[in-house]
Design a protein around this ligand. Structure first.
Ligand SMILES: *[C@@H]1O[C@H](CO)[C@@H](O)[C@H](O)[C@H]1NC(C)=O
Ligand SMILES: [Cu+2]
Length: 186
């Protein structure tokens, strides 16, 4: 966890630095829409690739306005939003959040991926790495699972295991920024 002042500084950077410029006509505004929710100053860190093909923690409970920040361990993971019903593929219309692939040989990635939680509905996501079938092998996570619903992360993973191959997103949506603490261990 970061000191509150550090988190605010990160958010300031996140607001200014968007992902790589996209060609006209592609959709990149989603993270900018985060400015319409009041940010809480709370950041939840998730580590991709800790303990194998796994997000840690894979189940996060967050408030609207919280930041979710993914760090990446070796070897080459990503974070892509999907629906519950269709695991291992981007949200229909491809408008969910999506990071790029972050190849890492040792330590953790020099960049992190951030989104701001916009509403209280569950956010399902997976790693789109096809080499090694990460999503099919359980590399998936959820933010704000409804614990009274049969739509559990366990059920998502079971359905994911039955998909043939993961589908990558067509573009990045969210904030990719320099890792605020690349030397921190996980
Ligand atoms: C990371 O994985 C992606 C998707 O499989 C691939 O296109 C890319 O070449 C990989 N990068 C490295 C450095 O292995
Ligand atoms: Cu992965």
């Amino acid at each position: 966890m970061f000191a509150k002042s550090a988190t605010i500084a990160i958010l300031a950077v996140a607001g200014l630095v968007s992902a790589a410029p996209a060609p006209a006509g592609t959709r990149t505004e989603r993270d900018l829409a985060s400015r319409t929710v009041t940010q809480t100053g709370v950041t939840h860190s998730v580590v991709a690739g800790r303990a194998g093909l796994h997000f840690d923690p894979e189940n996060v409970v967050a408030e609207i306005g919280d930041v979710i920040e993914w760090h990446y361990l070796p070897a080459n993971h990503s974070v892509v939003q999907s629906s519950f019903a269709e695991p291992c593929q981007p949200l229909a219309g491809d408008y969910g959040f999506a990071s790029n692939f972050q190849p890492v040989s040792t330590g953790q990635s020099s960049q992190v991926f951030q989104i701001v939680v916009q509403d209280a509905s569950p956010l399902w996501y997976y790693c789109a790495q096809t080499k090694g079938s990460h999503c099919q092998n359980g590399m998936a996570g959820v933010i704000n699972q409804n614990f009274n619903s049969p739509n559990t992360l366990t059920a998502y993973k079971a359905a994911a295991a039955l998909t043939g191959v993961s589908i990558p997103p067509s573009h990045v949506s969210g904030s990719i920024i320099d890792n605020p603490n690349p030397q921190s261990g996980f």
